[in-house]
Design a binder for this molecule. Sequence first.
Ligand code: DQA
Length: 146
Amino acid sequence: MATILLLNGPNLNTLGQREPSIYGATTLKQIEKAVGDLAREAGHQVQCFQSNSEGDMVDWLHKHNKADFLLINAGAYTHTSVALRDAILAIKIPFIEIHISNVHAREAFRGKSYLADIAVGIISGLGPMGYELATSYALDKLKSGA
Ligand code: DQA
């Protein structure tokens, strides 16, 4: 059984209420359930964590350094955090960077990512479905042993 990590950063605990015209009505709980269900159907497990604190996210990654794949929406820390980039490099787990909104269609500062060039891939602008698509990709890679 493989372990997929699902890590969400600042303000994503407010999904469903937060700027619904940008982020929609789906809650983080619903996203975590959808990702967990997909992984379980494939015989794998998901560990979820959300934090509004950069240091807590770094600590959580260190603690889960034996996992097989990481799905991360680092929220605003995507655009600012060398510490998160270094934490992911330290644990050496392949990951997909996810954004609910299309960060390239918004303010210019959202076009900068400290994670993108070290990610397996990026999904941005496909809404909450992006998490499920990323999960399907991870499951496919786990199946093929890559
Ligand atoms: C986000 C995009 C970020 O720019 C923003 O700071 C977020 C959410 C997204 O999912 O679209 O908090 O990562």
